[in-house]
Design a protein. Structure first.
Lengths: 164, 151
C-alpha cells in the first residue's frame, strides 16, 4: 500500500512537470501576464481580431539578440495591417530584460513570465521560440527557433496574406 | 550649548541612518548554497553560466540593501519563480517531498514493531525447546569422534 502511494506520488510529480504538447490549429495557450515595463497585464486574447506573433525570449540568449531587430522591423511594417508582435520574457532577470528592450529599441509590447510556467504551457524547449496566433486565438504556426527576415517573409507573411 | 545639542542630534540621526541599518545580515555564500540557478538547472554555488553571475549580482544588491536571507529568497521567488528554491516549499505538491519520507519511515517503524511483537509472541516448540537425546547410535559415533580428536 505504502509502495503504491509512493509510486503514485512520484508518477504524479513526473506528469505534472511534463511540458504541454501544442500544435497548429489548437487554441494558443494564454494567460494574462504583467507588462515588462509599466503597470498592467496583457494577454494574447487582448489582441483578438489581430494576428499575434508571440515571441518567447530572454536577455541572455544570443539568438534572441539577433532576431530582435527583425521582429521590430516586422512590427513597424505590419502593425497598421492588423498584426502585433508580443514578446514574452521568460527565465530572466527583469532588469536585464528591460535593458535588452531599451538597448534594441524594441517598441512592441512585452510581458514577463516569472519562472517557466509559460515556457511549459507552450511546450517550449528553449529560447527563442515563435508562435503565430490567428485573429481567433488559434495557433497558425509554431517555430521553435529564431526568426529572420526570410522566414518572416516566406512563412509568416503568406499565412497572414492568405487569410486577408 | 546649542551647538553641542545639534552635534548630539546629528550623531543620533547618523546612527539611525539607513546606511548603518543596511549592515549585511547574510552573505552571498550563505544564500547561494540554498538556491538554484533556474536557467542552469544546478545549485547556484555550482553554476558558472553568465546568467548565474547576474543572479549573484542580484543577490549581492539585496544583501547590500540589508535584506535577510528569507527576504532575499522571497525576492528570488518573485523574480525567478518557486523553482529557484533548492529546498521544496512546505505547501502544495512540494509538501510530499517532506511527507513521503516521514510517512514511509513511520510505516516502516510500525511494520518493524508489529513484526517484532508477532515474532516474540510466537509459541515455542511443544516440549519447551528441549531437543530429544541422541539415539544410541549417534551417541556412540559422537564418543568415537571426540575420542579421535582428544589430545
Amino acid at each position: 500500500m505504502a509502495v503504491l502511494a509512493v509510486v503514485g506520488l512520484l508518477g504524479f510529480g513526473l506528469l505534472s512537470k511534463g511540458e504541454a504538447q501544442i500544435s497548429v490549429g489548437e487554441r494558443a495557450p494564454d494567460r494574462s501576464l504583467p507588462l515588462l515595463e509599466g503597470r498592467g497585464d496583457l494577454a494574447i486574447a487582448d489582441f483578438r481580431g489581430r494576428w499575434v506573433l508571440v515571441n518567447l525570449w530572454a536577455s541572455w540568449c544570443d539568438p534572441c539578440r539577433d532576431e530582435a531587430p527583425e521582429l521590430e522591423r516586422f512590427w513597424r511594417r505590419e502593425r497598421d495591417r492588423g498584426v502585433t508582435v508580443l514578446g514574452i520574457n521568460v527565465q530572466d532577470n527583469s532588469d536585464d530584460a528591460r535593458s535588452f528592450v531599451r538597448a534594441h529599441g524594441l517598441t512592441y509590447p512585452h510581458t514577463r513570465s516569472i519562472g517557466d510556467e509559460r515556457s511549459a504551457a507552450f511546450g517550449s524547449t528553449g529560447v527563442p521560440e515563435n508562435f503565430l496566433v490567428d485573429p481567433h486565438g488559434r495557433l497558425a504556426m509554431i517555430w521553435r527557433g529564431p526568426v529572420d527576415e526570410r522566414l518572416l517573409a516566406e512563412r509568416v507573411t503568406p499565412l497572414i496574406e492568405e487569410a486577408r | 550649548m546649542t551647538r553641542m545639542l545639534l552635534l548630539v542630534a546629528g550623531t543620533l540621526v547618523a546612527l539611525s541612518s539607513p546606511v548603518l541599518a543596511a549592515e549585511p545580515r547574510t552573505n552571498l555564500a550563505d544564500v547561494e548554497d540554498e538556491v538554484m540557478c533556474p536557467i542552469c538547472g544546478t545549485l547556484l554555488e555550482l553554476a558558472e553560466a553568465p546568467q548565474a553571475d547576474r543572479q549573484r549580482a542580484f543577490i549581492s544588491e539585496l544583501i547590500a540593501g540589508g535584506r535577510t536571507k528569507q527576504q532575499i529568497k522571497d525576492e528570488l521567488v518573485a523574480e525567478y519563480g518557486p523553482r529557484v528554491l533548492a529546498l521544496p516549499r512546505g505547501s502544495g505538491f512540494e509538501l510530499s517531498a517532506y511527507l513521503v519520507p516521514a510517512i514511509a519511515f513511520a510505516i516502516g517503524t510500525l511494520a518493524l514493531a508489529l513484526g517484532i511483537g508477532r515474532w516474540r509472541r510466537r509459541p515455542g516448540p511443544p516440549d519447551g525447546g528441549r531437543r530429544p537425546p541422541p539415539s544410541d547410535e549417534d551417541a556412540q559415533r559422537l564418543e568415537a569422534d571426540l575420542a579421535r580428536f582428544d589430545l
